[in-house]
Design a protein around this ligand. Structure first.
Ligand code: MG
Length: 351
């Protein structure tokens, strides 16, 4: 396939309600939509920058404009070729690269008439996504948990404050409200100290948690390693793993038992496949997570999850909280997120 044109359109997509973590509050999803024309077809991708990779709407728009100029006229047969070329043209900027990368995979699927998960090799038919409860007072977290369970979500991820007593209370109350059949996960977004994280894990353990995500600052690998050894709740790395190289470091040093992969951190599908392979070889099951994203890039994450057996957890839920979304094509049914069976990402975009 030969790239004729790459065009970017930035959009602010308002949320139904603000979403808070221990680090910040967000009222809208900032998304740059990317259309790539090749061989008379259009491929679509989207970038959702976050401060985890230090990107903004401005840096993403600038990076895509540069790559659009440099990639014009380039031919490719595999997604990985474009990822390699982008890394040679421009360092960093993973969210910007993710948008172009997923548009390439969308095009390859369309050219071969296959949904992307079939092009990559389907490993499972179903993906159960959780729904994340933002950082709320314990009683409000309970109300949110009941609402999500009422919508048929079977797994909930609870954002933590990094305050031991309050966080244990949050988890205990949600567990009591939803019963034992709902899966519960937690994410502290780097807010704990080592000592507090261990206190939390030892108390919250009895409420049956699948994992404690990024309890400590991203670069505190020694703390992450010690906690991985001591915590009765499995430790997952998120902010500590921004690239396939980070995944290797976490694997060698045993700084987590699980890793949260995101297309926006690694630079798209090709690089996330590499990061997942490194995790798998190190014995670390993965989760596919998301930033504040549209249905478009959520679909890309879903196709990745459906085609990789090592992906044990799916946290693809940011599109549920948007008041409007230019992309459509996913269905949610009884806890499971499903792609359309159209070729490529299977998503329609109307900007
Ligand atoms: Mg996280």
């Amino acid at each position: 396939m030969k790239i004729d044109r790459i065009e970017a359109t930035p959009r602010e997509l308002p949320r139904k309600e603000p979403f808070a973590t221990s680090q910040h509050v967000s009222e809208a999803a900032s998304v740059v939509f990317v259309r790539v024309d090749a061989d008379g077809m259009e491929g679509w991708g989207a970038a959702s920058p976050s401060d985890v990779t230090g990107e903004t709407m401005e840096t993403v728009s600038r990076a895509i404009a540069k790559l659009a100029g440099d990639l014009k006229g380039v031919s490719f047969d595999r997604g990985r070729e474009v990822a390699d070329r982008m890394d040679a043209l421009l360092p960093g900027n993973p969210a910007a690269k993710a948008a172009i990368d997923m548009a390439m995979f969308d095009l390859l699927g369309k050219a071969r008439g296959l949904p992307l998960h079939k092009l990559l090799g389907t490993a499972r038919e179903l993906a159960m996504t959780d729904r994340t409860i933002g950082l709320l007072l314990p009683e409000d977290a309970v109300a949110k948990a009941k609402e999500f369970v009422g919508q048929r979500f079977r797994a909930l991820k609870i954002k933590l404050a990094g305050k031991v007593d309050e966080d244990v209370e949050r988890v205990a109350q949600v567990r009591k409200a939803v019963g034992n059949h709902i899966l519960l996960r937690t994410d502290a977004n780097q807010a704990f100290t080592y000592r507090h994280a261990l206190h939390f894990a030892r108390q919250a353990y009895t409420h049956v948690l699948e994992f404690l995500e990024q309890p400590l600052p991203a670069d505190d690998l020694e703390g992450m390693r010690n906690l991985t050894e001591s915590s009765p709740v499995p430790v997952m790395a998120d902010e500590s793993v921004r690239s396939p190289q980070d995944a290797a470091k976490i694997g060698w040093a045993r700084c987590a038992r699980l890793v949260n992969l995101k297309l926006m951190k690694a630079g798209g599908i090709a690089r996330t496949i590499e990061a997942n392979a490194i995790c798998e070889s190190a014995g670390l099951p993965t989760m596919i997570g998301c930033n504040a994203e549209s249905t478009l890039s959520i679909a890309a994450g879903l196709h990745f999850a459906l085609s990789h057996r090592n992906v044990r957890f799916v946290d693809l839920d940011s599109h549920f909280n948007l008041t409007e979304d230019p992309a459509t094509g996913l269905t949610f049914d009884d806890g499971y997120l499903k792609p359309s069976e159209k070729p490529g990402l299977g998503v329609d975009v109307r900007l």
